[in-house]
Ligand binder design. Sequence first.
Ligand code: AMP
Length: 507
Amino acid sequence: MLLSQSYTDRRLMNANIAARFRQVFESNLDKVCLLRPGLADWTYRDLLFAMGQYANALNSLGVEPGDRVMVQVEKTPEAIALYLGCLQIGGVYVPVNTAYTLDEVAYFVSDADPKVLVSSTDVNLGPSNMILDSDGSGSLAVLAKSQSTNCVVASLKGEELAAILYTSGTTGRSKGAMLSHDNLSSNAETLVDYWSWQDNDILIHALPIYHVHGLFVASHCVFLTGTTMLFFPKFEAGAIIQHIKQATVLMGVPTFYTRLLEYSEFDEQLTDHMRLFISGSAPLTEQTFLNFEEKTGHRILERYGMSETGMITSNPYDGDRLAGTVGYALPNVQVRITGDKGEVLKPELVGGIEVRGPNVFSGYWRMPEKTAQEFRSDGFFVTGDMGVMSSDGRVSIVGREKDLVISGGLNVYPKEVEILIDALEGVKESAVIGVPHPDFGEAVVVVIVGNSLIKLSELDAYLKDRLARFKQPKAIFHLNELPRNAMGKVQKNRLRELYASTFKAES
Ligand code: AMP
């Protein structure tokens, strides 16, 4: 049976996502929720009980509705129970990337002002500091185990805060995106329906759980439907290949797919039982999409979203999944493309992507001015991404606004240059950036992975009839790999720093 048949019934339930999860867990007590290769599985009963214990533990530490609980821990079932327990009592969950240093965490603590800080080691940063280790032990686990498994679910309205996600912010201060219970439940509902979630789905969950993709998109589809996830502490292509026969859905960032494709055994036969491969959080190249289809027969479904908004667009489940596009606005979500002055552009014109809907956050934590700057008066949020929409509403992203190169006063969208260079023999991938130039303000530069022999003169000849002169790179650099963050996003700010003085000698 398609779970979407009960979609309307579930919609009528509480928008408080904690209460929603509890109802689902109570109806699926004996079903496995976390399937853990080589380790003990967790049923929904196990998770329900642990969720209650963590909720009570937080309660005993003084956490009340609206209080922030900051968490920087490894991915364990206990960490999931902690997240769910926090939601139950109306705490505001604030996950922090495990790669962040003590100084960075100190900033988040001063900004979010949490009642409790849960981390893997004692960091002594002010608020009550509890420990949850990479094996699920530590002072918080001990406290939780001493608690009753029943907890009182806070009675919360849909608009109350459920989580604050700090944006990866490559420049300036990282901002805390405030997400409500309504934001989370509306988006999860939509995705379960749009991606046709099935009763017997088993999701490969190999994403981190401090980010919107792993914590909300992946986990919520499972929790809302009482289905199962194959729970991996982190992504390892070999482990995925070993266990993929147990699964039906994989959600990943593009690097998951490029890594899997490096294995000869990752082929049609290995994946013929799979229902769906989903990609997001960073651009999936056309080449990866096509290689994947050629090798497995599956067309990866690419979707687009961000911390502030949850998911915004998706390629269709039944219709055409097109390489290089992120599909259509999700049901109830409105997307428009605007020009420099905020005017709505006609189809096929490149502009800023704006979004409005029940999924969109209410603002940045304690930053009213920044919030006001990024919302239009009619409630649309300015995403900072640039894109184009076809006349039938299909969206393609051309890059972040801050990655736009302005050379001699003319706009160059990195993606249009990268697509052409990626198609060259031996090129694995490329990143186009703008660096300071004495004449042009900025000059287009390309960083290439693979094909380390290609020269600028050859590139010039190849691009001569394909791209306007001002869009053609004025320098080439070669790297073994592009710098990426944990979500697979290319860190163009680092490349810009690395090559900032390329044209300095000429000035
Ligand atoms: P985050 O808040 O870390 O999830 O980052 C959100 C940003 O990731 C978006 O604003 C986009 O720039 C980028 N992003 C997410 N999904 C895609 C996608 N499918 N293609 C291209 N960029 C994406």
